[in-house]
Design a protein around this ligand. Structure first.
Ligand code: GLN
Length: 475
């Protein structure tokens, strides 16, 4: 009798015909059902997954199966899949069905991956705890009293609970890496422009990237090889697939920069500090060159991020007006302005409203120069500074989050307290560089710590290789 663990790293076994895709899918569906209380899935594509598995099993027999045959993939509820509902965890899109598939989904299906369902997240990917979801919070599988992080909380939790091989999330300011860190798994935010955003429900278009979360860097790598590369439907997706596969570094001699302002940050939790110092110690005692550098602009990262992303969000979310998109509140209301007001008042949650208001404010005449233009200037400085550091070093290494996972229902009365937690993740979204979160030492079983590597643009694969090297040799 096979156990669920037999289906975890099972790609080779599928091709060798030691297990069938149908067995794999059934085992995953079974486990998803058992872990229902964690509120990870918004919808499970049960029948469809079973019928796809049967088709792919036939392809395996006649040797025509794609590279991802039998890989179980779950998607964040902001990635469109033709003829399936997608809601960005918002009431306003509760009954919305997509008429087309995101480019990433088309590419995965073409290689015979199985999309098993859509995953809970913060509404419109805005948040750090998954508590801004219309469907309610997700529980961290490692300790059900803790948040899995956000906004891709369902993605990291699904991977940690072994409910899929790989989850596809999106990262605008840390939403792949911070939940990966909180759930003890690996998450990659690719170089901006490496993966198509076509079919991703936009939060802040010049920041958003889709990326994979998994327990294994190998699985992240094979998924990246499929989803990366130019797309005629996204003009910001400018890199070729071969740009992803350009790793040729000697991993034993790396030059790593650590940021002084991050290592001594006042928000740094004692356990994170301890784990991170221990990692630095083992890496440097093995002959890698680690240098401390200063990045005074660190304190401006969060303000710049929230000004620019809310500005973009206020524009991106204007389409949900109950006329173009969004569940309409048209009943008994005759005036179009009232329809829009009512639709948006009832459809959006509190955090989304807050960000639309903030974004509209920073773009308004009279304030534009004080906020939006200044934040753009800071963005340019961050881009230059990050490039400068990475001209001299191979990687920047810093904690993914200053804290270990927070408790659920820990009411954050002041939203800026939560915003400040993004201090280490937003840099690479402001600059467009790739970054990876890997799980490092943890001092309590249920409270993992993540470390983050930022690499040169297009060094995504090298990041994964070096992350794997760290995991195998120093953790
Ligand atoms: N915590 C960040 C925010 O709330 C991350 C969002 C994201 O990456 N989608 O904006």
């Amino acid at each position: 009798m096979k156990k669920h663990s037999d289906f975890i790293n099972c790609q080779k076994n599928i091709f060798d015909r030691n297990v069938t895709c149908l067995e794999v899918v059934k085992s995953y569906l079974d486990r998803i059902e058992k872990k229902n209380n964690l509120n990870i899935f918004v919808e499970v594509f049960e029948e469809e997954s079973i019928s796809r598995a049967k088709q792919i099993d036939k392809k395996i027999i006649n040797k025509s199966a794609g590279k991802l045959a039998g890989m179980i993939i779950a998607i964040k509820d902001n990635i469109c899949y033709k003829n399936h509902n997608v809601s960005a965890a918002s009431k306003i899109l509760k009954n919305f069905k997509s008429t087309f598939s995101a480019t990433v989904i088309e590419r995965l299906i073409e290689e015979d991956a199985i999309i098993i369902g859509r995953l809970n997240c913060d509404e419109f990917a805005m948040g750090s705890t998954n508590e801004n979801s219309f469907y309610g919070p997700v529980k961290n599988p490692l300790n059900n009293n803790l948040t899995p992080g956000g906004s891709s909380g369902g993605c990291a939790a699904a991977v940690a609970a072994s409910l899929c091989h790989v989850a596809l999330g999106s990262d605008t300011g840390g939403s792949i890496r911070q939940p990966a860190s909180f759930c003890g798994v690996i998450g990659l935010k690719p170089t901006y422009g490496m993966v198509s955003r076509h079919g991703l429900i936009a939060y802040a278009s010049s920041f958003d990237q889709i990326g994979p979360i998994s327990k294994s860097s190998y699985e992240i790598d094979i998924v990246m090889k499929i989803i990366s590369g130019r797309d005629e439907y996204d003009t910001t997706c400018v890199f070729d697939r071969k740009d992803y596969e350009n790793s040729n570094l000697d991993l034993s001699k790396m030059k790593i920069a650590i940021i002084k302002e991050a290592s001594f940050h006042n928000l740094l939790h004692a356990d994170v500090k301890k784990s991170f110092s221990k990692l630095i110690e083992s890496i440097s005692s093995d002959g890698h060159k680690i240098s401390q550098i200063s990045m005074p602009v660190l304190n401006y990262l969060v303000p710049a991020y929230y000004i620019l992303t809310t500005a973009e969000a206020s524009s991106n979310l204007s389409r949900y007006d109950g006329i173009k998109y969004g569940e309409t509140q048209r009943k008994e209301i005759n005036h179009w302005e009232t329809v829009i007001k009512k639709t948006r008042s009832l459809g959006f949650g509190k955090e989304v409203k807050r960000r639309i208001l903030l974004g509209t404010f920073v773009l308004s005449e009279g304030y534009y120069d004080n906020y939006y233009s200044k934040a753009q200037k800071i963005r340019r400085i961050v881009q230059q500074k990050t490039d400068e550091i990475l001209n001299e070093f191979d990687f920047i290494l810093l904690p993914t989050s200053p804290t270990i996972p927070f408790n659920l229902n820990q009411k954050h009365k002041d939203p800026t307290v939560l915003y400040l937690q993004d201090v280490f993740t937003v840099q690479s979204n402001l600059s467009g560089h790739p970054s990876l979160s890997i799980p490092i030492f943890q001092y309590k079983d249920d409270a993992p710590v993540g470390a983050q590597l930022i690499g040169k643009k297009l060094s995504d694969q090298t990041l994964l290789e070096y992350g794997d090297f760290i995991l195998k040799n120093y953790v």
